[in-house]
Design a protein around this ligand. Structure first.
Ligand code: NAD
Length: 287
């Protein structure tokens, strides 16, 4: 099936939205990015310039294509600026209430058969879709991974009411953006976090129970399971606070105590050791 998308709207110019917009524009799609905060837009614009210049420098893109991509991205400071988008991909703050307040404003900007997608990593797509009931069939999860220009996967999440046509269009669009897309259903953690996060949590239990030291746990998983990075190092990269939040979503959503966050993981968060972003998590990092 064809995706039928000419114009992509992105809501949120942060780490994820900025990356999604750059990938869309680089694949030839007209792209408009909305963020409510001016400084976020300036930061995103500067990041695009830097990434495009690096792509040219490394021979991954020629100057004309980089200029073309830059020329296809427009930034706006109100949702109305997204008017006429064939899809709007939401990547604002991870807060169900704030997202739900924004969706009706985004829905009003869509072209006739337009799709609303959320990049949420943990909120139920079915729940978010209740904010725009008349759009529920054209509401879907489009879960990109960080850093978006590098990571190949889009996890496409079907809400309870998402139509097959919407899923097929979003799978086709993801491929047209140079990604590999796989569909999953709307259950807590989808597939990626449902499988990854309990594994990371278990690595904290192994450390807490003295099975091995962090370096040994990480090296064993790297060399023994061909992981590019050990689970504890990955937790530092994701942010230990984010790991706890995702475990909370799994524990509550799946109603099963086996998903409770490891006490040691929670203790590090209490101590302010959140990982790379605070300079210390499981490991210590230079300033
Ligand atoms: N960072 C990751 O690794 C990752 C991976 C996958 C999915 N996600 C999801 O992507 C989304 C965005 O995450 P991020 O890391 O890019 O966050 P971020 O903080 O870098 O960016 C969020 C942006 O949204 C803007 N914003 C906030 N509220 C807004 C509103 N009401 N209207 C318009 N703009 C608003 C902010 O100004 C900011 O620029 C979240 O839902 C997150 O769960 C994040």
């Amino acid at each position: 099936m064809m995706h039928g998308v000419k114009k992509v709207g992105v809501a949120g110019a942060g780490q994820m939205g900025g990356g999604i917009a750059l990938v869309a524009a680089s694949s030839g799609l007209e792209t408009v990015v909305f963020d409510a905060h001016g400084p976020a837009i300036e930061k995103c614009r500067a990041l695009h310039d830097k990434l495009l210049a690096r792509n040219v420098e490394k021979g991954r893109m020629n100057q004309a294509d980089a200029d073309g991509a830059k020329g296809r991205v427009k930034f706006v400071e109100s949702p109305e600026g997204l008017k006429g988008s064939d899809i709007i991909i939401e990547a604002i703050v991870e807060d169900a209430q704030i997202k739900k307040e924004l969706f009706p404003k985004l829905a009003a900007q869509l072209s006739g058969n337009g799709i609303l997608a959320s990049n949420t990593s943990s909120i139920s797509i079915t729940d978010l879709a209740t904010s725009v009931p008349e759009h529920a069939a054209r509401f879907i999860g489009m879960h990109f991974f960080n850093p978006v220009p590098v990571m190949k996967l889009v996890e496409v999440i079907n809400g309870l009411a998402t139509s097959t046509e919407t899923t097929e269009r979003v799978l086709a669009l993801s491929e047209a953006m140079g990604k590999t897309a796989h569909a999953a259903n709307d259950r807590p953690g989808f597939v990626s976090n449902r499988v990854l996060m309990p594994m990371i949590n278990e690595a904290f239990y192994a450390w807490m129970e003295g099975v091995a030291e962090p370096e040994d746990i990480d090296e064993i998983m790297k060399l023994g399971c061909a992981f590019p990075m050990g689970p504890l190092r990955l937790a530092d990269f994701i942010g230990l606070d984010t790991c706890v939040k995702i475990m909370d979503v799994l524990a509550e959503g799946l109603n099963n105590p086996r998903y409770r966050a490891c006490p040691l993981l929670k203790q590090l968060v209490t101590a302010g050791r959140l990982g790379d972003k605070t300079g210390r998590g499981v490991y210590e990092y230079g300033k």
